[in-house]
Write a protein that binds this ligand. Structure first.
Ligand code: SAM
Length: 453
């Protein structure tokens, strides 16, 4: 594999950072980037037993080669997330930093497309809430789509700039800031990032990171944690920013314990993955604890009603309840347009507080839409892990599943009339409505596969 063209100033800074290891780094840059995925903990895909495990992530594995993920229906069912292996280090860090059995409030402040959000949501308990936030609108849609596919009820999303989180000051136990960066660690996977790199761009990234980092500082409770990560190597964006943050906002670095054979390099202000030392790309991570000097303000935030939503009442209640496996654990809400959503009772207060403070949010399991006498089940319900197991379903072969995912007409001879789930290898893909010999495909247009099958 050819080495991506590396900018001269980058080469110089890496040579001074790596010293005698520079050639090993260069050799790693000339070898193919490993391909890794992280399985969904609850959507049971048939797992290949001989795939190599990612050492720091319980559901992470390396694939022997890169398949065409788009043509695998289980990918669309949310059975796994395609994630670069070094990023999965977040799991090993979070396991050391918090009690994952306790109810936590977690924020992924810069979350799209959702790799780390799907990981965090899988790690925290059902009684914990993850708020996954992204500022850029189209990236927010991607984040929502990926989290919808992931289908866990302990997650809500928001579409805000980090500076607009002031209403949730001191509210979170853990904030992840996976900061937008110059992407030096991705040059092997994405040579375009190398072409865009310049020392000016590094400086620009470092100062943008400072701004978002400062926004994150106030959001955790005293004793709470900010996890800062980038996929870059330079000191300006990593150690420099972490040192500045700790001094400016009263945080202390928390030492993490990564076994030596993982190859992760401990640095003064954090931990670095290099591609010649780990099977993954460049990644930097620092865990920082807020000193307990500040008073705890989280109790000042009181849940209020969610704007535009009312608890569901009346004749649709039984139907809505029948959509979930454990409806007693949920409160059902409806808006003026007939959309029904369900929020886990254990998280209702938290969701109300966050949805009130943030305005542009999506929360709860989307159950469906009332249309006349019918409740049209939501595509999100099909992908939710909370869905009732009593829905009728048809198990499709690969060709039919792909046709469905392309939103083409599918033939399902012998299937019963009415709303039916289409499944592939036991995993829900979405809804069809069968009326005698006609099958209507309810896969969302915006999710459909565009690739020629
Ligand atoms: N954590 C993501 C993952 O694992 O899939 C990747 C995040 S990416 C490195 C950084 C994201 O931060 C980008 O999507 C960018 O649009 C977003 N971002 C940039 N400035 C932001 C801000 N002020 N507030 C919130 N998000 C921001």
């Amino acid at each position: 594999m050819p080495i991506p063209v590396l900018p001269e100033a980058f080469v110089e800074s890496m040579q001074s950072l790596l010293g005698p290891s520079w050639n090993d780094f260069l050799n790693a840059m000339a070898s193919p980037a490993p391909v890794s995925i992280r399985y969904h903990p609850f959507k049971k895909k048939i797992r290949e037993e001989n795939f190599e495990q990612v050492k720091w992530c319980s559901d992470g594995v390396y694939l022997p080669e890169r398949p065409i993920f788009t043509l695998d229906p289980t990918f669309h069912a949310g059975a796994y997330y395609v994630q670069e292996a070094s990023s999965m280090l977040i799991e090993a860090a979070v396991r050391q930093l918090v009690d994952l059995k306790a109810p936590l409030r977690v924020l992924d402040l810069a979350a799209a497309p959702g790799g780390k959000s799907t990981l965090l949501a899988s790690l925290i308990s059902p009684d914990s809430l993850l708020v996954a936030n992204e500022v850029i609108r189209n990236r927010y849609q991607t984040l929502r789509y990926n989290l919808t596919k992931w289908g866990l009820s302990n997650t809500m999303t928001s579409n805000h700039d980090s500076r607009e989180f002031g209403g949730l000051e001191g509210w979170f136990d853990l904030v992840l800031l996976d900061a937008p960066c110059s992407g030096e660690g991705l040059f092997r996977k994405d040579p375009e990032a190398a072409r865009e790199w310049s020392t000016d761009h590094v400086r620009f990234c470092a100062s943008r990171q400072k701004r978002i980092f400062a926004d994150a500082a106030g959001l955790v409770r005293p004793g709470g944690i900010v996890l800062y990560s980038t996929c870059t190597y330079n000191a300006l964006e990593n150690a420099g920013n972490v040192a500045w943050f700790c001094q400016e906002f009263g945080y202390d670095p928390i030492p993490l314990n990564f076994p030596g054979d993982w190859g992760i390099q401990a640095q003064e202000w954090g931990y670095q993955c290099f591609p010649h030392l780990v099977k993954g790309e460049g990644f930097f991570l620092a865990a920082l604890r807020k000193q307990s000097g500040d008073s705890d303000k989280s109790g000042n935030l009181k849940p209020v009603r969610i704007p535009a939503w009312e608890p569901l009442a009346g004749k649709w209640m039984d139907m809505a309840k029948s959509c979930l496996e454990a409806p007693e654990a949920y409160t059902f809400y409806a808006d003026g347009e007939g959309t029904i959503r369900a929020v886990p009772k254990a998280l209702e207060e938290e969701v109300k507080t966050a949805a009130h403070a943030l305005k542009r949010t999506h929360w709860g399991v989307e159950i469906g839409q009332i249309k006349g006498k019918d409740l049209i089940p939501s595509p999100a319900l099909a992908l939710s892990t909370a869905i009732s197991s009593a829905f009728p379903f048809v198990e499709a072969g690969k060709q039919t599943a792909l046709k469905f995912l392309k939103k083409e007409q599918v033939e399902l001879p012998g299937a019963p009339n009415g709303w039916t789930l289409l499944r592939y290898q036991g995993l829900n893909l979405g809804w069809v409505k069968i009326m005698d010999r006609r099958t209507n495909n309810y896969y969302p247009k915006e999710w459909r596969i565009l690739m020629e099958v």
